[in-house]
Design a protein. Structure first.
Length: 227
């Protein structure tokens, strides 16, 4: 497994969004796009029209995290638009297996997310039907929140299950990921790291990504699960 860094544009300047995406081009592995509907979470961000326009103007793979009601209905359009991965929430989906098949049929990676209060069993139930599991390490809805280290037990359980089942699965963490927390995440079993403020809250977003990658790679190399 390698290390994938996905800066969250939720922390970018929306007035110069394409420019801010360009600042991490060639350094970030993915761009992480948070779609919120003010129903599933108490915040409203962007929707499909903006995401489609962004996809047309960036070269980086786009990782869409849908914090929305009724993803069974709305998620496939993001895959059709060209998102490299589309993440739906276990708490909102009706038929995760059918939705995953639909997303994959449109060429997208399918992923399921679990909130801090959701049992890891919700992800384990569908882990063989998705390409990635996102463990939220803050309550979804707003950037800049404090990292919830207690969520790492879920990451460990998911990675242990994947290893014992010889299952190739990406495990993503999102929320409070920064230089002082990314090593814990990597050691627990994560290999995809969403970082917002830790990247776009600096004067050198590309440099911040390089530092985060270095920290995660070192922690991963010495971890319990990578050998």
């Amino acid at each position: 497994m390698g290390v994938l860094i996905a800066p969250s544009i939720l922390s970018a300047n929306f007035g110069r969004l394409v420019d801010d995406c360009a600042r991490v081009a060639g350094v970030a592995d993915w761009l992480h796009v948070d779609v919120m509907d003010n129903h599933f979470v108490p915040n409203l961000t962007i929707g499909l029209p903006v995401v489609a326009d962004l996809l047309a103007q960036v070269d980086s793979p786009v990782d869409c995290h849908l914090m929305i009601d009724d993803p069974d209905r709305w998620a496939p359009a993001y895959a059709e638009a060209g998102a490299a991965s589309v993440t739906f929430h276990s708490e909102a989906v009706r038929d995760a297996r059918a939705l995953s098949r639909n997303l994959r049929a449109h060429g997208s990676r399918a992923a399921v997310a679990i909130k801090p209060g959701t049992s890891v069993s919700a992800a384990l139930d569908v882990i063989k039907d998705v390409d990635m599991v996102l463990v939220m390490t803050v309550e979804p809805g707003f950037g800049g929140q404090a990292f919830m280290s207690e969520c790492l037990a879920k990451v460990r359980e998911l990675r242990d299950y994947a290893r014992s089942s010889d299952l190739q699965i990406l495990i993503q963490v999102d929320g409070g990921v920064a230089a002082d927390t990314i090593e814990q995440c990597a050691d627990a079993g994560a290999d995809v790291f969403v970082a917002g403020s830790a990247v776009y809250g600096t004067d050198d977003p590309a440099g911040a990504i390089r530092r985060l990658r270095s920290l995660a790679e070192t922690a991963q190399q010495g971890s319990w699960w990578a050998h």
